[in-house]
Design a protein around this ligand. Structure first.
Ligand code: 26Q
Length: 818
């Protein structure tokens, strides 16, 4: 019996219903009539799992047996979004499950609604990782996503008096049906202590004598490919105290204290850090990084590779892709394993390590580049610091050989920085160690080569490459926009979901009046759907005749939500001052979604301003309902899936040279929103593909930004020169949005006037002009819908399947199987 293959339940309505009821009884321990909606949701999730299980076993067995390279994606974040619908879709079970539940008297939508999304990421970088594992499974690439199973994901945002307050995200409270704990496969991860040398049969070796350790317990999640029967694995690590933990306190007889001390270890996977720029060098964060990377490397070597694998051949079997610098401590960790534990000679180990890693950079902001103080790193990971020094010594010798004794250059390129304190520059370590370094959009990769990593690019031009980001069409088109998907399938057949370039076939239909009408009807229907979602959250309804103008992304000064606010305030001021004829104003709803890092004061003030402006503008009768501002709290993947299909206009207005790529820009274009944007990140490529006529470009180019900055940028000059700008800023400063209190937004106003690091004032007039072009274009509905269709038709390039193909070709040199 033990050898019998696992069989999936019958793929029929009856088979599904039977399995569902069984799971309700035997896993949830309730009868149908006693069950509540959460019981039913859990039983449904178990049932979907049951269908995927046999394939999962097969694919794991095959992973071990195969000779192919496995892609190990190392990421501190996976912003997964809800799992139920995605897994139903992948397994072709949506209709069967809907019908089976209906037979049990259950509306599947009620169950969908109770799933709490795993928010194990901050934003773009974490969502990208989730899109990538979806594409890898769909393309049958042997891949494992490794990360951290945070007990608390990204905080829940609420607004109190228009200001953000953060609440803990207890996403596990109602059960977590999608993951499987494997305590038997736990890894022991060590910290702190000292290093010592010893004589190993005549060879001097170093070993690490750690001070304390924790268990890393893997939780496996299924990552089903779309309609291909493949199921990959996402392996997230949870920290659990070892028995030996705090033996010292145990022996002292203080039993209760020693049990309490265990929570110290378990803190490691307790909470996701909600900062996504200017990270503080917090010890717990470094513990998280080492914890998950060390566990992942050990897991791969011990459990995925065949027994007695010759580690000299490691590069043939694995590539560890570093999602930004967060997992870079894996570089000295692999060196430690190879040299100290496997006793491979240093140079050979370094050759192996260099081939096994590749590094993706996601930023351009200097303050976002991660550094760890030598002091802290040396205390927590003393052996790793020694290894980093040794890597750096050899590297700097190479620099001298190549460029001579240029001490300034040496100082600039060193992995160890000296100011303002002695620190390890993680991006430099990743660049030195990685076989490849990539940026996430053409412009970003170019700026990496020209600025951030210039000397390295001179030294190793072939190391640098670009892979423009992508998004999964399964979640962000097929699931989020079922009506548009049905229309596309009717027009082009079903293959587009895994071959997004086929959307090109829609180009011809942009000139077909009947198709345009149906496309417009879908957009209108999506707006009504969004309206219902907002209504359920107590937000006002969307008006049918409004242009839906969407800005959804983390709150950051460089992304320039303030520029958006200045546009709203300027339009409002124009109406109340009589400069604009209210009857001629295009009705618009400005829809924001954004969380601010809890410690980012200016970002929180901007949130307050948006809400304050929204309250005043939406309520002012002189505006006659022409302008509405909506800012639903707690923007997340689930809410994005409702907003994106309903959007008319996509705001991508970062200062040129600051947004590495953006991925929301891709999701919105793919769903038929037109972009108003700067020449930044992937906007550049979106504009090239959709065409200038279907994109509203404004603002300075990156070289113009550099030039103005070098010239000495004085924002107050722009304020003085531009009357519209002056009126808008004066209105905010007057207290019009703060009950007459001029102090509330004063810090924000003076920051704009006297600092304005991200040059909102310099781009303001160009932005307003572009918004006038938007209004004019929207007035011609036929032309607008045509442009929207062309946006969809020409966005196939932004599939994460294409991005994965680029990684496979340019970086991983691995091939899909099957
Ligand atoms: C680092 C150290 C300590 C604490 C936190 C962090 C941290 C966490 C998250 C630093 C950065 C992040 C996230 C960065 C991010 O999301 N970047 C975005 O990545 C997207 C995917 O490539 C791009 O599209 C965006 O342009 C980029 O901003």
């Amino acid at each position: 019996l033990a050898l019998a293959p696992v069989v999936a339940p019958a793929a029929s309505v009856d088979g599904f219903a039977k399995q569902f009821l069984q799971n309700l009884n035997f896993d949830q321990g309730v009868t149908l009539s006693n069950s509540d909606v959460n019981d039913q949701y859990l039983a449904l999730a178990y049932t979907v799992r049951d269908y995927l299980m046999a394939r999962w076993f097969d694919d794991r067995a095959q992973q071990k047996a195969q000779q192919n390279k496995t892609v190990c994606y190392l990421s501190a974040e996976y912003l997964l979004g809800r799992q139920l619908d995605n897994n139903l879709l992948a397994a072709r079970l949506t209709d069967i499950a809907t019908e089976a539940l209906a037979q049990c008297g259950i509306d599947i939508d009620d169950l969908r609604a109770v799933e709490i999304e795993p928010g194990l990421g901050n934003g773009g970088l974490g969502r990208l990782a989730a899109c990538f594992v979806d594409s890898l499974a769909t393309m049958s690439v042997p891949a494992i996503g490794y990360g951290i199973r945070y007990e608390y994901g990204i905080f829940r945002q609420a607004f109190v008096d228009g200001q953000q307050v953060e609440q803990p995200d207890a996403w596990l409270r109602m059960g977590s049906p999608w993951d499987f704990a494997h305590p038997e496969a736990a890894q022991t991860i060590s910290f702190a202590g000292t290093t010592e040398t010893y004589d190993d049969e005549g060879v001097e070796r170093t070993r690490w004598v750690p001070e304390w350790n924790v268990l890393a317990v893997p939780y496996n999640m299924m990552v089903p490919g779309y309609h291909n029967g493949r199921v990959n694995t996402l392996r997230l690590w949870r920290a659990v105290a070892t028995n030996a933990f705090d033996l010292h306190t145990f022996n002292s007889g203080d039993y209760v204290q020693s049990v309490r001390a265990q929570t110290f270890a378990e803190n490691i996977s307790k909470v996701l850090y909600p900062e996504d720029s200017t990270p503080q060098g917090k010890e717990l964060r470094l513990q998280q990084q080492y914890f998950f990377v060390a566990a992942s490397i050990a897991d791969f070597i011990e459990n995925v590779l065949p027994d007695d694998f010759d580690l000299e051949k490691l590069p043939e079997r694995v590539i560890f892709q570093l999602n930004d610098t967060h997992p870079v401590i894996g570089v000295p960790e692999l060196m430690r394993v190879l040299v100290d534990e496997k006793k491979i000679e240093w140079d050979a180990a370094w050759a192996i390590t260099q081939k096994c890693f590749a590094y993706t950079c996601h930023t351009l902001l200097p303050e976002a580049l991660e550094v760890w103080s030598v002091d802290l790193l040396g205390r927590l990971l003393p052996r790793h610091l020694e290894i980093i020094y040794k890597i750096n010594d050899a590297f700097l010798l190479e620099v001298r050989e190549r460029f001579g004794d240029d001490e300034l250059l040496i100082r600039n390129m060193s992995i160890i920085g000296e100011h303002p304190f002695r620190s390890v520059r993680m991006a430099y370590l990743a660049t030195v160690a990685g076989s490849k370094v990539n940026g996430v959009a053409e412009l970003h990769s170019q700026l990496l080569r020209d600025n951030v990593l210039k000397d390295f690019a001179t030294m190793w031009p072939d190391k640098f490459t670009n892979v423009t980001n992508g998004v999964t069409p399964r979640r962000f088109l097929r699931l989020a926009n079922p009506e548009l998907s049905a229309l596309i399938t009717e027009a082009l057949g079903a293959g587009w979901t895994v071959d997004l370039e086929r959307l090109r076939g829609l180009e011809a239909l942009a000139d077909d009046a009947d198709f345009r009408e149906r496309f417009a009807a879908v957009k209108a229907s999506n707006k009504r759907r969004l309206s219902r979602v907002l209504d359920a959250r107590g937000e006002p309804a969307l008006s049918d005749d409004h242009l839906i103008d969407v800005m959804i992304k983390r709150l950051h000064e460089y992304k320039r939500q303030t520029l958006k606010v200045l546009h709203i305030v300027s339009t409002y001021e124009g109406i109340v001052s009589g400069r604009l004829d209210v009857d001629a104003v295009q009705p618009r709803t400005f829809l924001f979604g954004a969380k601010a890092a809890p410690g980012y004061g200016m970002a929180k003030r901007i949130i307050h301003l948006i809400n304050a402006v929204g309250d005043v503008v939406s309520a002012d009768e002189r505006v006659q309902g022409k302008l509405k501002v909506l800012y639903p709290a707690n923007y997340n993947v689930t809410l994005a899936e409702s907003i994106i299909p309903a959007a008319d206009l996509s705001e991508q207005i970062s200062l040129a040279g600051k947004e590495a790529s953006g991925t929301g820009n891709m999701k919105l274009a793919l769903n038929g929103a037109l972009t108003i944007g700067t020449d930044d990140g992937a906007n550049v490529e979106i504009r090239q593909l959709v065409g200038d006529d279907n994109f509203f470009l404004f603002g300075m180019s990156e070289p113009e930004v550099e030039a103005l900055w070098a010239d000495g940028y004085r924002p107050a000059d722009f304020y003085q020169r531009d009357e519209r700008l002056r009126s808008a800023i004066d209105l905010i400063a007057s207290g019009a949005f703060s009950d007459g209190d001029r102090t509330v937004f004063e810090p924000l106003v003076s920051n704009l006037l006297y600092e304005d690091r991200f040059m909102a004032l310099a781009d303001f007039s160009s932005y307003l002009d572009a918004q006038e072009r938007v209004d004019a274009a929207y007035a011609d509905q036929d032309g607008w819908v045509r442009s929207a269709i062309l946006n969809v038709a020409r966005s196939g390039y932004f599939s994460s399947d294409r991005a994965m193909r680029d990684y496979l070709d340019r970086i991983w040199h691995a091939t899909p199987i099957g």
